[in-house]
Design a protein. Structure first.
Length: 226
């Protein structure tokens, strides 16, 4: 199925997590489109990560979104768990191979702000897990790997899409107005009022005991292994 069930090309956000992926998913969902952000609900409250599904499909030789082709918008493609880490945004070539009409949305922000946001994510549990999975000796080494991945990914996407500019939308979440992005997607009838800066509200100050409790839960709660 090269287009989504409603006849519109899929829109896949291939920027990294912590770049307004949840806000973008909410924009599409509130505008009446099927949208998936990072995880899909499953039986017994188990949730499958979109990035893991994409990787399994790639390994098996299936289309990237096999089994989850019912959505119009896809975002936050990372699958980081206790056993490994993989970001489905690296499969942008395969996405266009399998679904040639897809629109790729490269959502990005100031790189160093993105790194700081990742370091805070999950009260530091995300960064600690990524450092362990990558076998790195320090948080500084992790940040340097993230910088290299960021630079390589943005450059690779732009080079690959140079001959098909109509299928690449760039959205700098720091400086680009949402109205500009909406104007480039008229068929989707998106509304600016449906776009909210959801994630950044998590930076609000909470009482110390609440912060400590949330941090303990983030670092100790069971996590899926695949």
């Amino acid at each position: 199925m090269t287009v989504s069930p409603d006849g519109l090309p899929r829109v896949v956000a291939i920027g990294f997590n912590k770049c307004a992926t949840r806000s973008l998913a909410r924009l599409f969902a509130r505008s009446g489109h099927a949208a998936v952000h990072q995880k899909l609900p499953g039986r017994w409250r188990r949730r499958r990560k979109l990035g893991g599904i994409m990787r399994a499909n790639q390994v098996a030789g299936r289309p990237v979104f096999s089994g989850v082709e019912q959505f119009v918008f896809y975002g936050d493609l990372i699958d980081s768990n206790r056993r490994g880490t993989f970001d489905g945004n690296s499969l942008f070539r395969e996405i266009l191979r399998d679904y040639p009409d897809t629109i790729l949305l490269l959502n990005w922000r100031d790189r160093e702000d993105w790194i700081r946001s990742r370091l805070r994510h999950g009260h530091g549990e995300f960064a600690a897990r990524e450092q362990r999975l990558r076998g790195l000796a320090s948080q500084g080494a992790l940040c340097e790997e993230w910088r290299q991945e960021w630079d390589h990914h943005l450059a690779a996407v732009r080079a690959f899409m140079a001959d098909r500019p109509s299928q690449l939308l760039e959205f700098n979440i720091d400086t680009d107005p949402i109205a500009g992005l909406i104007a480039r997607l008229p068929a989707y009838r998106l509304e600016a009022a449906h776009f909210e800066d959801i994630g950044r509200s998590r930076g609000r100050r909470l009482p110390a005991w609440i912060e400590a409790t949330k941090a303990w839960i983030a670092h100790h709660r069971p996590r899926a292994q695949r």
